[in-house]
Structures are given as structure tokens and as C-alpha cells.
Design a protein around this ligand. Structure first.
Ligand code: CO
Length: 499
């Protein structure tokens, strides 16, 4: 058959993927695996030693009853161990109380924050305000503890070698409501600790007003500082940013309409309304120990926007810069619309914005650094809260419009240079993770680790990029024997636990 020229100009926003290929990446993975990866393309860097942990929803149904949204899916943790010249894969479900109860019952017993309902209509759901801690959002290794995180409850502690669930972590009973968000940031040189690293996390409890808490944990995972701040109004906060002196929060113009939730008609996620006529409040909370005890929160205002993730923040004299993935509105979850039928083009794309907060004048300005649809920012861990040059992101392959993440992007914030590697049309990406090469000095000297879903083979690959040359594509592709459903966040530790 001969090829003829297309009579029409290619549409620049034509989909880079087929919807059914994307959807297969959300098939449940009920199996738990434990094997050495043998199918490897390319070369493993011998200096890359350690464990790459990932978390995300592994089950998109309970015994055939579909969930309404992937964010309601039970947490499944993967561990990819780089041990000598071999790589090991293991995954296990976090045995949360809710997971064990629902698996034993063979049906959905809990309402989900993002729209999953118990069978039986609104009557079965009304006045049931219990949620299960699904431990599906992040996994970190800190102070000898492997912790699966979810933003509405205590961390679950896991065995780092076997991923067996050991139970809820309360840090010697010091963790009290509101407990622990799923987005800690690691301060590489904490001022209150004489330059030692410290883990900073927050907790939020919100209704008509909001309580924000800052937690700081030392390298042995002891809570060494915590401070609580009351904030006016409702706040939906998934992430925050840190600098040496502040925890920085965006209170975006959202409200919660509680009645449909209480009556069982809607989930909390479906009750959030975005108000494009109201400003976003930027709240700077003084970090305990790094600021005088009498220091008060600073509240500034900027244009309405919605943010899930902040990339980084840093101080420059009287100015603080905050880089965030911004959406024009909150992508409202409509009751009755299943995520499986989502029209990406109808939703606003996430863009990278830089906010300049002037602490002297109280003025906030912002500029758009990247209009390409992007999410899941990652940078060199030594630059968290400090000036930095390189940012790594999951991105859409096309420069305009909203679409699933099918590419990885490295952005040079100094020159604006971009390096893009795309897995389209059959591949789908997510969060990249920058891992510095041991002993490196350049900010981009290291690797970018990621998991990508290959819909051609219905399996996932572990990808290793040389961060200085991300655009050339992965230097190694490790083919797993199966797929991992699209995940959320992960982390790396140079420790190896596999025996
Ligand atoms: Co997140």
C-alpha cells in the first residue's frame, strides 16, 4: 500500500495517545511479586546503589466493585533495589485496617474521599463520615523507618526489606491530630540543628476554619519541634514548600459544601468549589527553632489559582521565590462522572509558575516559567529550600493543552533550556526522581529514576536517565514482568535492604 499525503494539516492538539491505552495503566495489580529483574536494556550505572521506593493505588476495585477515583485506591508499595550488579523488584500492599477488612468482606465498606461509595445508594452512605487510611500517596525512608504516607492519617511503618506492614507510626506517641500530611520535605541543613538535615512536614485540619501544624523530625525520626497555627477559612492543602525560615502554604480560593457529603450524596472531593473571584492567600509560617518564638505568620495575596504540588522555594533577601504547578481552577470532580471517561482536553493543564513574594512591600507577582502541561516536580535534594537551577518534571509530549503525562522534562531555570524525552504514543510516565551520583559536585550530575507504563506490552519499565543528558532517553530500561498501576510519589535511599 502506498502512503498518500494527508489532505489536512495535522492538528497540533491532536491526542498523542489512545484513551484505551491510557486506561489499561489503571488496571488493578492484585499480585505481589518478589524477583530479580533479568530483562534489562542498556547499562546499569555501577555507582547507582540503593533502594527506589514508590507508592500508589494498586487496586482500582474491591472484589469487582469499581472505585470512583484512583486516589481512593489502596496503597501498594514497590521497592526497586539496586544491589551490586543486580536489581530486585518487590511490591506489597500496605495492610491498613481498611484494606484487611474490605479484602476479608469482599466488598467496599468505606466511602472514599474522592467519590467512591458503599453500594446501596445514599442511604447506605449518609452520616457515615469514617474513612479508611489508605496509605497510598508517598513512601519515605527516614531515621531507619520506612513509612507509607496518606494525608488524612498516621503513617504506616513497613519492613524495608520485605515491605511487611508493621503498623501505625506515632513517633513515640507524639503524633496527635491533625496528624501527618503526605508531603514532607527534607531540609538538607536545618538552622535549628546546627546544619544537620531535618524532615519537615505539616498537618492540616479544616472546616469553617483551619489548623495548620508544622512538624520537624531529626535524623533519628524523633519529632524535635512542632508548632500549631490557626488560619481563617477553609483550606485544601496537599503540599507545601520550605525555606530555611518558613513553611509556605497556598490557601487557594476553595470552599467545602458539607451537606451533600454528610447526606452521603457526595464525597468531600466532590464538595470542593473553586471561586475564581477570590484571591489565593500565601501563608508563611515561621519554622520553630529557625525564627524567634514571637514570630507571627505572614499572609499575602495573589491571583486565584489551584496548586497540588510546589516544586521549591528559596529566600533572596526580602524576597522569597516559590515555584509551583498551577491550575487555572480546581479540577472539580463531578458526581456520577467516572475518571475512566475523563476528557483531558476539558481540564486545565498544570503549568509551572514562579511567585515572587516581597516581604517588605507585601506584594506578590508571578511569571509563567512553563506552559507545557506538567506535574510531579523533582530536584537535587541538597537544593530543597535553596536557590537551584535544574527541575525535573513529568510532562505532556505536546507543548500546549492538557493531556496525560507521557514524557519527562528537564528544565534549566537559568537559561530556560528544556530537554524532553517522550514515551508517546504507547508509553505513559509520572514522577521523575533525581538521585545525585555519590561524590558529585554539579547540580545535575546523577540519574533520574522513574517508572513508565508501556501499553504495548501491558507492563511497566524502571527507567534510568543520565540527568545531564535526559533528552537522549534512558541509559537503562528494566522491563518488569507485569504492570504497576499509575503511581503517585516515591523516594530513594542509598541503603540496600534486600537479603
Ligand atoms: Co502529591
Amino acid at each position: 500500500m502506498t502512503q498518500t499525503a494527508s489532505p489536512t494539516t495535522p492538528n497540533p492538539i491532536e491526542a498523542s495517545y489512545r484513551h484505551e491505552d491510557w486506561l489499561r495503566g489503571y488496571e488493578s495489580q492484585p499480585q505481589e511479586f518478589d524477583y530479580w529483574i533479568e530483562d534489562i536494556m542498556g547499562e546499569l550505572p555501577p555507582e547507582l546503589q540503593g533502594t527506589f521506593f514508590r507508592n500508589g493505588p494498586g487496586l482500582l476495585e474491591v472484589n469487582g466493585q469499581p472505585l470512583h477515583h484512583p486516589f481512593d485506591g489502596d496503597g501498594m508499595v514497590s521497592a526497586i533495589s539496586f544491589a551490586g550488579d543486580r536489581v530486585h523488584y518487590r511490591n506489597r500492599y500496605v495492610r491498613t485496617a481498611g484494606f484487611c477488612q474490605e479484602q476479608a468482606a469482599g466488598r467496599i465498606l468505606y466511602r472514599g474521599v474522592f467519590g467512591t461509595r458503599k453500594p446501596g445508594g445514599w442511604l447506605a452512605n449518609a452520616f457515615d463520615l469514617r474513612f479508611k487510611n489508605i496509605a497510598n500517596t508517598h513512601v519515605i525512608y527516614w531515621g531507619g523507618k520506612l513509612l507509607a504516607l496518606w494525608e488524612g492519617g498516621e503513617p504506616h511503618r513497613l519492613d524495608p526489606a520485605t515491605l511487611e506492614t508493621w503498623g501505625l507510626e506515632t513517633f513515640d506517641g507524639q503524633l496527635k491530630p491533625p496528624v501527618f500530611a503526605a508531603h514532607p520535605h527534607l531540609d538538607p541543613a536545618s538552622e535549628a540543628d546546627g546544619g544537620q538535615p531535618c524532615l519537615v512536614n505539616f498537618a492540616v485540619a479544616s472546616g469553617l476554619s483551619t489548623t495548620l501544624k508544622l512538624y520537624e523530625l531529626d535524623p533519628s525520626a524523633r519529632i524535635v519541634r512542632q508548632t500549631t497555627y490557626p488560619i481563617s477559612g477553609f483550606a485544601f492543602m496537599h503540599d507545601f514548600a520550605i525555606t530555611p525560615h518558613y513553611g509556605i502554604f497556598f490557601q487557594t480560593p476553595t470552599t467545602l459544601q458539607g451537606l451533600p457529603y454528610v447526606l452521603g450524596l457526595r464525597s468531600p472531593g466532590e464538595c470542593i468549589r473553586f471561586h475564581p473571584d477570590r484571591p489565593t492567600r500565601v501563608i508563611l509560617l515561621p519554622r520553630p527553632g529557625a525564627m524567634p518564638a514571637a514570630a507571627k505568620p505572614i499572609v499575602l495575596e495573589t491571583d486565584p489559582c489551584f496548586v497540588f504540588h510546589h516544586a521549591n522555594a528559596f529566600e533572596m533577601g526580602d524576597e522569597i521565590c516559590v515555584d509551583s504547578i498551577c491550575y487555572a481552577t480546581f479540577p472539580t470532580l463531578k458526581p456520577g462522572t467516572d475518571f475512566r471517561r475523563v476528557d483531558f482536553r476539558a481540564l486545565p493543564p498544570g503549568e509551572l509558575w514562579r511567585f515572587h513574594l516581597n516581604l517588605k512591600t507585601g506584594k506578590v507577582t508571578h511569571e509563567v516559567l512553563l506552559t507545557r502541561c506538567c506535574e510531579f516536580p523533582s530536584l537535587h535534594p541538597a537544593h530543597v529550600g535553596r536557590p537551584y537551577r535544574y527541575l525535573y518534571l513529568g510532562a505532556a509530549p505536546a507543548p500546549m493543552g492538557n493531556a496525560p503525562l507521557q514524557a519527562f522534562l528537564k528544565l534549566d531555570l537559568q537559561t530556560g533550556e528544556q530537554q524532553l524525552w517522550s514515551a508517546a504514543p504507547k508509553g505513559f510516565t509520572g514522577e521523575p526522581l533525581f538521585v545525585p551520583r555519590p561524590g558529585s559536585t554539579a547540580e545535575d550530575e546523577g540519574w533520574v529514576l522513574a517508572i513508565a507504563y508501556d501499553s504495548c506490552h501491558h507492563r511497566s519499565d524502571v527507567l534510568i536517565f543520565a540527568a545531564q543528558d535526559l533528552g537522549q532517553g534512558p541509559i537503562a530500561r528494566l522491563h518488569l514482568r507485569h504492570h504497576i498501576p499509575f503511581g503517585l510519589h516515591g523516594s530513594f535511599t542509598p541503603e540496600v535492604f534486600i537479603r
